[in-house]
Ligand binder design. Structure first.
Ligand SMILES: Nc1ncnc2c1ncn2[C@@H]1O[C@H](COP(=O)(O)OP(=O)(O)OP(=O)(O)O)[C@@H](O)[C@H]1O
Ligand SMILES: [Mg+2]
Length: 359
């Protein structure tokens, strides 16, 4: 049976001069998945993508594609076309010729080129626009031409480096949906680079979160959001509140932790914790309830410092009675607004525990 693993990175390292940019990258990517590389500027996303495509050779480790080590293969023999941020269409060539370019280089017969280019353009819904030039098309259409260029090569993996960053917000969202649609319809394996968290959460089967040249976490969007492995991941993906704590005991998958000044909560966890272990709790602003009528396991008291109207929610900045700042989001509140002394609380299942030492 064909292995499900299409791309296998083993201990990949890349160094530029004194700059150790990729540090022991280990990653397995399955066929037919949409994978996003996410991380701040300079963390090594493009470097890893270029190392997979063959534009850089790695200094240590192995890059396996489809069961073969490709370390010594040039880009055109790896079958991993890359769509760059600026999507690099040839301005003086028609859409047809842009898409046909890779096949022409390979000197495929004319009839085959015709047929494959037509099929690729149909896949990205650009049939009928073959004779247009790039400047006669919208940014989103140009993006689709770039995709067709990759598709026409029948490549096992398509690498996209921030392909939507030139588009305005609304079009970006549209092309995002289209791109994900094409990937799912055709069962493509796509690696997509972005530093936009929402883009990563909304498009991906799996997200790889990079932290200074290392992988901090590899998981589904839900895992990354609700079960961040490190403080860095929790902080990078959306907004959250952190509070230090200590494990008192664990019984099965419930851990009792002490936090703040003498507060305690019993929290569900799938980790294994030892008594006295230092931890960090993370609670998302949307998981906290303002002035809840019923008793909650995890609660705080504080004073509203300021608030911000964000349309679907009001965001409150609160100083608790121990001097710590919190962010609490209140949804669907109509005309209610909170001022002065408040309590805020979360159910225990909304609280996530992380090791303090990993952070
Ligand atoms: N060809 C190169 N020569 C020397 N240093 C490089 C080269 N390419 C990248 N770097 C360095 O490697 C580090 C990672 O760069 P990289 O382009 O991979 O980051 P990135 O995560 O893609 O960032 P961005 O989100 O800004 O695109 C940076 O410190 C960068 O300066
Ligand atoms: Mg980059």
């Amino acid at each position: 049976m064909e292995s499900q693993v299409l791309l296998d990175l083993k201990d990949v390292n890349k160094v530029f001069g004194q700059n150790h940019v990729l540090k022991n990258i280990n990653l397995q990517i399955e066929r037919g998945k949409f994978i996003t590389f996410l991380g701040p500027s300079g963390c090594g996303k493009t470097t890893l993508l270029r190392s997979i495509a063959g534009f850089y050779t790695v200094d240590q480790g192995e890059v396996w594609i489809d069961g073969k080590v490709v370390n010594d293969l040039p880009p055109y023999k790896r079958g991993t076309p890359m769509v760059f941020q600026e999507y690099a269409l040839f301005p003086h060539m028609t859409v047809f010729d842009n898409v046909a370019y890779g096949l022409d280089i390979k000197k495929r017969p004319e009839a085959e080129v015709q047929q494959r280019v037509k099929a690729a353009l149909a896949q990205v819904k650009l049939t009928g626009l073959e004779e247009r030039y790039p400047h006669e098309m919208s940014g989103g259409q140009q993006q689709r031409v770039a995709m067709a260029r990759a598709l026409v090569m029948n490549s096992p993996i398509i690498l996209l480096d921030e392909p939507l960053s030139n588009l305005d917000a609304k079009l970006r969202e549209e092309v995002r949906v289209e791109l994900r649609g094409i990937q799912q319809e055709l069962g493509l394996t796509v690696i997509y680079v972005t530093h936009d968290q929402l883009e990563a959460l909304s498009m991906s089967d799996y997200i790889v979160v990079f932290n200074k040249g290392k992988i901090d976490q590899y998981g589904t969007p839900h895992e990354i959001y609700y079960k961040p492995r490190t403080r860095y991941v929790a902080d990078f993906i959306g907004t959250t509140n952190f509070i230090d704590g200590v494990v008192e005991r664990q019984e099965g998958n419930m851990a009792t932790v002490a936090y703040g000044k003498g507060r305690k909560a019993t929290i569900p966890t799938d980790g294994l914790w030892s008594t006295g272990e230092k931890i960090i709790l993370s609670v998302r602003p949307e998981s906290l309830r303002m002035n809840p009528p019923e008793a909650y396991d995890f609660y705080m008291k504080g004073k509203v410092q300021s608030s911000m109207f964000l349309g679907e929610k009001e965001r409150y900045f609160i100083l608790d009675d121990e001097g710590k700042e919190w962010i609490v989001d209140a949804y669907d509140i109509g005309h209610i607004s909170y001022e002065g002394e408040v309590t805020f609380a979360a159910t225990a299942d909304k609280i996530h525990m992380m090791k303090a030492e990993e952070n």
